[in-house]
Design a protein around this ligand. Sequence first.
Ligand SMILES: Cc1cc2nc3c(=O)[nH]c(=O)nc-3n(C[C@H](O)[C@H](O)[C@H](O)COP(=O)(O)O)c2cc1C
Length: 183
Amino acid sequence: MTTADTPAPERRILVAYASRNGATEEIAAWLGERLRARAGRAEVTVAEASDRLDPVGYDAVVLGSALYEGRWLRSAARFARRYRHELAERWVWTFSSGPLDDSASTGEVPMTHSADRISRRLLARDHVTFGGRLSADARGWLGHAMVQSGLGGDYRDRAQIDAFADRIADELSVLPMRHTATA
Ligand SMILES: Cc1cc2nc3c(=O)[nH]c(=O)nc-3n(C[C@H](O)[C@H](O)[C@H](O)COP(=O)(O)O)c2cc1C
């Protein structure tokens, strides 16, 4: 039982992302910022998904990736595969970022097969697709060609991203702790 002498344990939330050109990295930072403001006493870490990132020690994980040719980037897919058992025992939410039009902020964009498979495997509580950003400094010839043909722009909707963080914070306020910092 919690008393004035023994404060409730802090939740530790990990926001892990995969990004090639920085747009999804920024979405992860925005999610982290909003979760810090809304998720009570939670400690929030934002980090790139990689083999060196370990979800053990976190109670909740928000995992997202940019979409390229319909798929999550390899580092996020690898992270999800490598830690599938640990993640399935934690509270997990997933997100994708990609569409270069306003489809993601005007309606619900169906999950790609890749995001759906990963989200199911991790027993994710929810998944959202956010709009993407493509700018002239994008890596790769295809990105450049897309900008040249008028497909560039920033379609990320900060209000939609904040609303997702708020839903996560609301759910976590009533969900039991699954893992403490050391478990
Ligand atoms: C070569 C290329 C392929 C892309 N394929 C998709 C796609 O299949 N689906 C989608 O929604 N967005 C697609 N996009 C848009 C990116 O997902 C979008 O620019 C995203 O914001 C990039 O995130 P990042 O900056 O974190 O890498 C593609 C962009 C490029 C340059």
